[in-house]
Write a protein that binds this ligand. Structure first.
Ligand code: FAD
Length: 311
């Protein structure tokens, strides 16, 4: 029988926490979001079907959201939910770490399922690139989980009112300058459609084929690890897998990728996987929803032409 669990979600300065809300809703009796960021973030989360939103107020100029960590920890310490979820991002981990210190427990990562057995929260976690699972139980304090945030939230019904609490951020660290890193221009974990390319591609110049397919699909381009750490045709932040990016798009199209488990671990939260591979026995064909057996150099241009024609 399914049992409801009081769950809080910690939100940093990014409202793209759709996956967290979905995960929380599976079990939550009551879903409370604590937002340490701009009001616009709190408003978006409030419209996404949570039961309560606590906003820590507008961060003063130059204050990173991490500066609210003690306040977030204080609120969780007072509310004492059974489960605390937060995004597995730099700011998210800083906030969850403070909560964990306050509650005297660890932060769990790579959690695929959560249950209540008696009075214990039981977590299922993947190990060794997904070939094994372990179950761990959390007794007493809340189970604190850092999870892939899972993309944009969608508005559902009437927004819940945003409650502002008086919160004083630490000001020992201030942002004095922001510069964009041109090499990290991609946010694969939030992309709704991703085309992944692997060693089936013969030359770096052929990446244009993949970019054309991505444009036709409105997708971001990712890759298997050898393309980013091997031949170095793609930046490292674009490789997907156990040691790379974990993505959860609505559609993942894997082109010339064999489907080794280290890669597939990074796409296990994709809704639909389509594979293009010339080897009918490639492991990816037992992992995908739709498979196209054939030469990518024939299939990709045909797909681009077909997609362009229907636009
Ligand atoms: C500790 C560790 C961590 C790792 N972490 C990751 C990770 O995070 N992410 C990751 O991706 N890998 C990771 N790897 C590497 C992983 O094991 C695989 O080696 C890698 O994923 C293979 O990449 P690939 O599928 O592109 O290449 P390959 O395995 O070489 O596959 C290429 C595929 O392309 C197909 N192909 C060839 N020509 C064509 C064509 N013309 N048309 C269509 N298909 C074609 C072939 O049939 C083949 O299936 C890790 C390995 C280790 C040991």
């Amino acid at each position: 029988m399914s049992v409801a669990i009081d769950t809080w979600i910690i939100v940093a300065d990014d409202a793209a926490v759709g996956g967290l809300i979905e995960f929380g809703r599976l079990r939550a009796a009551k879903l409370v979001a604590v937002v340490a960021g701009r009001k616009s973030v709190a408003d978006e989360v409030a419209a996404a079907g949570v039961d309560r939103v606590i906003w820590l107020g507008q961060p003063p100029e130059g204050t990173p959201v991490e500066a609210f960590a003690p306040e977030v920890a204080r609120l969780v310490g007072e509310g004492l939910p059974r489960v605390v979820l937060g995004p597995d991002t730099t700011a998210g981990r800083a906030l969850l770490g403070a909560v964990a210190v306050r509650c005297g427990g660890p932060v769990f990562t790579r959690v695929s399922a959560l249950d209540l057995e008696g009075d214990r929260v039981v977590l299922t976690r993947s190990l060794f690139s997904g070939i094994a699972e372990c179950r761990e139980s959390v007794d007493g304090g809340p189970a604190i989980l850092a999870l892939p945030s899972g993309g944009q939230v969608s508005a559902t019904g009437t927004p819940t009112p945003v409650e502002q609490v008086e919160a004083r951020p630490m000001t020992i660290a201030l942002v004095v300058d922001r510069r964009s890193d041109e090499g990290v221009a991609v946010d694969l974990p939030s992309a709704p459609v991703v085309v992944g390319v692997g060693r089936g591609l013969k030359t770096k110049a052929d990446l244009t084929l993949i970019e054309e397919l991505a444009t036709a699909l409105g997708a971001e381009v990712g890759c298997s690890r050898p393309l980013a750490e091997g031949v170095d045709w793609m930046p490292k932040d674009r490789y997907i897998g156990i040691s790379g990016q974990h993505i959860s798009p609505r559609l993942y199209m894997a082109v010339g990728i064999s489907g080794q488990l280290q890669h597939m671990f990074g796409v296990r939260d994709a809704e639909v996987i389509v594979a293009v591979n010339s080897d009918a026995d490639a492991p990816i064909f037992s992992e995908c929803d739709y498979g196209l057996v054939g030469d990518l150099y024939r299939i990709v241009p045909a797909l681009v032409a077909a997609l362009t024609a229907v636009r």
